[in-house]
Write a protein that binds this ligand. Sequence first.
Ligand code: RTP
Ligand code: MG
Length: 138
Amino acid sequence: MSNRTFTMIKPDAMKNGHAGAILDRIIKEGFRVVSLKMTKLSKEKAGEFYAVHKERPFYGELVDFMSSGLIIAAILEKPDAVSAFRTLIGATNPAQAEAGTIRKLFATSIGENAVHGSDSDENALIEGNFFFSALEQF
Ligand code: RTP
Ligand code: MG
C-alpha cells in the first residue's frame, strides 16, 4: 500500500470553472500536493496515457476528449492514497456516484467525468512519472 496517487482535472471540469473547487476539496480531504501542473495533452500523448483502454469502444472518444482542452495533473499523498482518492471521486458514471463525491458534484457524463484517479499503486507511479520528472516530485 503506497501513500501516493495521481490525478487529472479533466477538460470538462476546467472549462466549467470547477478546478479551484476540486483542488480545494482535495486539500481539505487531507491530500498533500506532491506535484502539480496545468498542461494540455496532444492526441498522441492522450492515446499513450490511455493505451490500456485501446481495445475499448470508448477509446477514440476518450482520447479526443482528453486532448480537447487544458488539464491539471497532480501527484497526491495520503495514507492508502489510491483507494482514498477513488472513494473521494466516486463512480466513473456520475449518475451512480455517491452523494458528495467529486464526480457527483462536478462531472457531466460517464465520459466527461471531471477527474481521473489512478486505479493501483503501480499505475499511480507510472502515471505520475508520465507527467513529472524526479526533480518535480516533492
Ligand atoms: P479514470 O481512469 O479516468 O479515473 O476513470 P475510471 O477508472 O473510473 O474509469 P475507466 O474504466 O478507467 O475509464 C477511463 C475513462 O474513460 C471514460 N469512459 N467512457 N463512454 C463510456 O462508456 C466510458 N467509459 C469510460 C471516462 O472518462 C473514464 O473515466
Ligand atoms: Mg481508470
